[in-house]
Design a protein around this ligand. Structure first.
Ligand code: FES
Length: 148
């Protein structure tokens, strides 16, 4: 509860917009807890419809609990034909990850996506906001092991 009070104070001091409030919550928890968001809305008298409208509009926000590192692996056509599926197999085998799932230690969450808009460097993966192009399963495994 103290942590929520601190967030509310920060929102007041910085006069954050609704979008910035969502970004702040996600930054702190790696996802948007609906419970916490409701409490903040109540405390600051923000209409829930306004902030939930923003929450559902932007794909950057997740209401599912996520790990510290969000891994996105492209399984679009360009990446798939260049071996993106082998990266996905490695994540399932070596990190026990499945699409939408988080490792037990809350380090990694996997999202398999259709295209990351960088087909020219296929196969492409992302970790949080960083792109990794021309990947293969061994190179990407090393990237993740360096984050452990
Ligand atoms: S198909 Fe993978 S980045 Fe476009």
């Amino acid at each position: 509860m103290n942590e929520i009070k601190e967030i509310i104070e920060e929102i007041k001091i910085k006069k954050l917009s609704n979008l910035e409030i969502l970004q702040l919550i996600q930054e702190k928890y790696n996802y948007i807890s609906i419970d916490i968001l409701r409490k903040i809305c109540k405390e600051l008298e923000i209409p829930k419809s306004k902030i939930f409208g923003i929450l559902t509009f932007y794909s950057q926000f997740s209401t599912q609990e996520r790990g510290k590192y969000l891994i996105r692996v492209c399984d679009g056509t360009a990446c798939h034909v260049k071996g993106g599926n082998r990266i996905i197999d490695m994540l399932k085998r070596d990190f026990k990850l499945e699409d939408g799932k988080t490792t037990e230690d809350k380090k990694f969450t996997l999202q398999i996506v259709a295209c990351l808009g960088s087909c020219f460097i296929a196969p492409v993966c992302m970790v949080n906001s960083i792109y990794y192009g021309n990947m293969d399963e061994n190179k990407f495994k090393k990237v993740l092991e360096n984050l452990k």
